[in-house]
Write a protein that binds this ligand. Structure first.
Ligand SMILES: [Zn+2]
Length: 313
């Protein structure tokens, strides 16, 4: 089996106001760095998410509100202080969710060894009833529920190394003991959640807040010694990586000071943990979804390191 890269040209077109960090150029920068490499990856177009998929996490009224704001506006309109939507932005967000769900489908049907969705905007700050932090829909959480609903998977883990805490994924998983969330993130930093003692109703949330300037070795040892053992113990049948690259030393929003290579090593450590979990269930199922990363060169380089590691799945 070969890995799948999930893309759609709409990701290069999602309008945001000038100067906004979560911009279409992020997608173009990644494709530039990929260039003519990674020919062994199958390319898959991200489909539009169906309303039933959004409803796995979000309420009807929230979906209608986002659709109304986005659908009535050619220009980007604000959903909160830093989250914007337009007609194209809405389609883009739908395809980010659709890309996440098709990534699940591909590994569940043995059509791909693993799948990585390059779709934007990110999703891990979106709560069931709230757009936030550039995120409209909680793509990773929806993909986890989709795996349970469509494929009968019991336990799913989201592992999140974005520099920001995924308050949205945490909120979606808090009251469900079949869903596990592990996150390293800088603290203090937006959105302010993610303290070590936020553990979920079923001890199913594992948070590792880290200080500004921790560095790649410190982040990686945090995953190796604390987060990944907890994930393995949870025995997930599917692992979803919330792959944010804004912990990079060049990133304008984060300060965890990771190097591009650190993302490759960390991805390999996650794959090792997934392999341990797979010993129990007989199948290694791992997908990855793009979250943050706002320095264009650092983002492109780090994504390539991540993809190099994913080729080993
Ligand atoms: Zn982030």
């Amino acid at each position: 089996m070969i890995p799948a890269l999930i893309t759609h040209e709409i990701s290069a077109k999602h309008d945001v106001p000038p100067g906004h960090p979560e911009r279409p150029e992020r997608y173009a920068a990644i494709l530039d760095h990929i260039g003519d490499d990674y020919q062994s990856w199958q390319r898959v177009t991200a489909p539009l998410a169906k309303r039933d998929q959004l409803k796995l996490i979000h309420s009807e009224s929230y979906i209608d509100m986002v659709c109304d704001v986005a659908g009535s506006s050619e220009e980007a309109a604000p959903l909160d202080a830093d989250t914007w939507a337009s007609k194209r932005g809405y389609e883009c967000a739908l395809r980010a969710v659709g890309g996440a769900c098709v990534a699940v489908d591909m590994v569940m049907t043995d059509k791909a060894s693993t799948a990585f969705s390059l779709m934007r905007p990110p999703g891990h700050h979106a709560e069931p009833e709230k757009a936030m932090g550039f995120c409209l829909f909680s793509s990773a959480a929806i993909a986890a529920r989709h795996a349970q609903e469509k494929w009968g998977i019991n336990r799913v883990a989201v592992v999140d190394f974005d520099v920001h805490h995924g308050n949205g994924t945490q909120a979606c998983f808090w009251n469900d003991g079949s869903l596990f969330y592990a996150s390293s993130h800088q603290m203090p930093l937006f959105p302010g959640t993610g303290a070590h003692d936020e553990m979920g109703a079923y001890q199913n949330i594992f948070n590792l807040p880290l200080a500004h300037g921790t560095g790649g070795a410190g982040v990686r040892s945090g995953w190796r010694d604390h987060l990944l053992p907890s994930v393995v113990e949870a025995r997930p049948e599917l692992i979803i990586i919330s792959a944010g690259f804004d912990a990079h030393e060049a990133d304008p929003l984060g300060g965890l000071q990771m190097a591009s290579e650190d993302f490759g090593i960390l991805t390999n450590d996650i794959i090792d943990a997934a392999t341990h979990s797979a010993d129990d269930i007989g199948a290694l199922r791992l997908i990855s979804l793009l979250e943050g990363g706002y320095d264009l060169d650092a983002l492109g380089e780090s994504v390539c390191q991540h993809m190099n590691a994913l080729e080993g799945v």
